[in-house]
Design a protein around this ligand. Structure first.
Ligand code: ZN
Length: 63
């Protein structure tokens, strides 16, 4: 019962990132996109990737 050559998932899949709602932290989707715009199913707010607070930006604010 070692017939596993057809059971392996696609290992060449690109690295996928989990996207979370910035308002309620609900997991929106998993994918590899630069921009997205969608309504969170949890809090019904529009999540726009262009309006997301950048995590790295705030840390570099120190002058
Ligand atoms: Zn939400």
């Amino acid at each position: 019962m070692t017939n596993s050559d057809t059971c392996f998932p696609d290992q060449s899949a690109p690295q996928l990132k989990d996207y979370y709602c910035p308002f309620c932290n609900h997991k929106l989707f998993r994918g590899d996109v630069k921009e997205f715009k969608m309504v969170c199913q949890e809090c019904n707010r529009l999540v726009d990737s262009n309006n997301l607070p950048s995590e790295t930006e705030e840390q570099e604010k120190e002058a």
